[in-house]
Each structure stands twice: as C-alpha cells, then as structure tokens.
Design a protein around this ligand. Structure first.
Ligand SMILES: *C/C=C(C)/C=C/C=C(C)/C=C/C1=C(C)CCCC1(C)C
Length: 246
C-alpha cells in the first residue's frame, strides 16, 4: 500500500503544470484507449467484411494506447523522447493502416501485391527514420530523405497509383469519399511527422525553429489525429455500407 501511494504521488509529481508534452502523452493514451473500446463495440453495428475493418481500426488505436502507457512513464521519469517505443508502435500500426486501404479496396479488385507494396514503402520509411533518429543521428538529413522516398511511395499509391484507380473505378460514392478522406490523412496528417523529425538537434532543418522537446508534442498530436481520425473514416464507411445493403 505504501509503495502504491508513493508510486502514485511520484507519478503525479512528475507531471508539472507546464509540461504540455506530458499532457499530450496522457491525453493520447486515454483517447486511443477509448477509441479502441468504441471500435470494438461498434463491430456489432456493421455487417460481414466490415467487422474485420473495425477490428483493425481498434487494434491500431489499442496498440498505440499500450505504447503510450509506457511512453508516458519514460517521459515523466526521464524527460527523454521514448524513441524506441515510438517506432515499435509505428512499425506495427502503419502497416495495419495499409491493411485498411487494402480491405476497403478488396471488393473492387485490389490484389495482395498492393498491400505488400504499401507495407514495403512503410518499412523503408520507418526503418530509415529510426536510424536517422538513433544510430546515425549525425546524418539525420540523409536518412530523413531516404525515409521520405518511402513516404512518397505511399502518397503516390494513394493519390495516383493503382489504389487510386481501383477507388475511382468502384462506382461507389461512399467508398470514393472515404478513400479521399484517408488520402488527405496520408498527405496532410502524416506530413506532421517529417516536420517533427526536422526538429532533431544535430542537423535538423528546423532545429532553430522548433524546440526538441516539441518533437514529442508534434508526434503525439499527429498520432491521435491520424489513428483515431483514420478509424472514424473507416467506421463511417462501414456504417453507411451496412445500412445500404441491409
Ligand atoms: C500512427 C502512426 C503514423 C501514421 C506514423 C506515420 C509516420 C510517418 C509518416 C513518418 C515519416 C517520416 C518521414 C517521412 C521522414 C522523417 C522520418 C519519419 C519516420 C518521421
């Protein structure tokens, strides 16, 4: 009991009133936890194949929520960026977001190759980004550029590539609207991350504009918006498509 009390007070002593980055770790954790509960329960409201899409949406926010649980602690106890946990989270959740694209396009002819291509781009993007933030930080610009090639591949696929063509040929206005919304998440929502990355102190291009402490602030806001927002687009498509056929 004594341990419990001292542990709790230690935890809360660690979140000071002006630690805005710490706030976003807590908000991100709880928001993504709540979103997972929502997506899992709402599976009952949708039919057939949409249950899988909602399951994946819930897994994305749940995986993130568990990582935020650890990241909060690291931030509070050390004040350091929890880079390893951040990238472990991304390397699981970003490929799952590619799975969401594949699942909604499957009925309109998407082949498994499309999924592998998008996963390969994500891995290139995330592994290069991780190396640039950690082992090869002195060359973070170079690794950032390599990472951006992977990111550009995903953007190309969604805006101009085969994914875009399948959505365009679907003749399903609900699908097309949801696909476009997801495309904006990838183009604008995901662009938040390279901006955060450029705050890296050694040679980040924006290191004199954005404080390093804010890198986590930027990543935390980006994660909540992108993971919950992405899931909500899938959810609304699932609801619309289910009631139309019911
Ligand atoms: C839920 C997590 C998501 C959607 C994470 C997305 C991450 C990115 C789009 C990261 C991109 C990066 C670059 C394009 C260059 C610099 C390094 C990264 C990894 C921050």
């Amino acid at each position: 009991m004594e341990f419990f009390i001292s542990h709790t007070s230690l935890l809360f002593a660690g979140l000071s009133a002006n630690d805005y980055v710490g706030f976003t770790f807590f908000i991100g954790y709880m928001a993504m936890f709540a979103a997972s509960v929502f997506f899992f329960f709402e599976r009952q409201q949708v039919e057939g194949k949409w249950k899988t899409s909602l399951l994946i949406a819930g897994l994305i926010t749940m995986i993130a929520s568990v990582h935020y649980y650890y990241m909060r602690d690291i931030w509070l106890t050390t004040g350091q960026s929890p880079t390893q946990f951040r990238y472990i989270d991304w390397i699981l959740t970003v490929p799952l977001m590619c799975v969401e694209f594949y699942l909604i396009l499957k009925a309109f002819g998407a082949k498994i190759d499309l999924l592998w291509k998008m996963i390969a781009y994500s891995l290139l993007m995330l592994i290069a980004g991780y190396l640039g933030e950690t082992a090869f930080r002195a060359n973070s610009v170079l690794w950032g550029i390599i990472s951006t090639v992977g990111y550009a591949g995903i953007v190309y696929e969604v805006w101009f590539g085969s994914a875009r063509r399948l959505a365009g040929n679907s003749n399903d206005p609900n699908l097309l609207a949801a696909f476009k919304a997801l495309g904006w998440f990838v183009l604008v929502g995901w662009a938040i991350y390279p901006i955060g990355y450029m705050a890296i102190e050694t040679d980040g291009w924006l290191r004199n504009v954005i404080e390093v402490r804010n890198l986590d602030l930027i990543y935390n806001i980006g994660d909540a918006v992108n993971k919950i927002g992405f899931g909500l687009v899938i959810y609304s498509l699932a609801i619309k498509s289910s009631s139309r056929n019911a």
